[in-house]
Design a protein around this ligand. Structure first.
Ligand code: ZN
Length: 237
């Protein structure tokens, strides 16, 4: 299992009894209208990417691959950290409400990124329909919903579909990779994309291969420009 075992076996029971517990630490109750307790909030690994949307770890990942208006990951991902706990609750406990609140939190920081904040549309990276059926929802849709609520930028899950589940193999040659990624996504509503500045949204960025192919297909559908926004990025990319 990618995210390992929970350190406390009674977490899910606690969630049922005290659903408002902080998703990072599961100990404190956040203040009203907050998803994360103050203690965790002051301790989270914020990247500060929003201050440098063209020159940060996430932006650099795409240099020479995709022309971006800007890129921003809000947190560093640590396999033993608090953001991992949050993602675990969203993905494996089905906590859509936490995803929406995290999206709102992302929006709070993204508003400072002048290259990105005036985007026209948010597109969450689609899950393959089979995977979506298994999990019941796409976590990125709910991050997008929260981000949209806070920034006022609309979002849609209906413009692009995922046609294959496996991400691009990073070791393939550039030529083969291009052929490969051509089939990963398909635009179903080009009119929603054309001439717009699009935010491509994902939960965590690792190699960037999936987001690269997503960006390629969106630019091919004549988007004016693309930016990449993720909740978290690996610390040592
Ligand atoms: Zn906490």
């Amino acid at each position: 299992m990618l995210l390992g075992n929970l350190s406390k076996p009674f977490y899910s029971i606690t969630d049922l009894i005290f659903p408002e517990l902080c998703p990072c630490c599961q100990h404190s109750r956040p203040m009203r209208n907050h998803i994360i307790c103050l203690s965790c909030l002051s301790d989270l690994p914020f990247t500060g990417h929003e201050k440098y949307p063209k020159e940060n770890e996430t932006a650099i990942t795409f240099w020479g691959r995709i022309p971006l208006k800007g890129a921003c990951s809000i947190f560093y991902f640590n396999p033993k950290g608090k953001i991992r706990n949050v993602l675990h609750r969203i993905k494996y406990e089905g906590r859509k409400d936490i995803a929406i609140e995290m999206g709102k939190l992302m929006g709070q920081y993204l508003k400072k990124a002048k290259e990105i904040r005036k985007a026209d549309l948010i597109l969450p990276v689609p899950l393959h329909p089979k995977r979506k059926a298994t999990r019941g929802f796409n976590q990125s849709d709910f991050l997008a919903k929260g981000l949209s609520l806070r920034t006022g930028i609309p979002w849609t899950a209906d413009a692009v579909i995922r046609t294959r589940d496996n991400p691009t193999q990073t070791k393939l040659s550039r030529e083969l990779r291009f052929e490969n990624t051509n089939q990963l996504f398909r635009v179903t509503k080009a009119s929603a994309i054309k001439n717009k500045h699009i935010i491509l949204l994902d939960d965590v960025i690792t190699t960037g291969a999936t987001l690269e192919s997503f960006a390629e297909i969106v630019l091919k559908a004549e988007a004016a420009s693309v930016s990449i926004v993720t909740l978290a990025c690996g610390e040592l990319m």
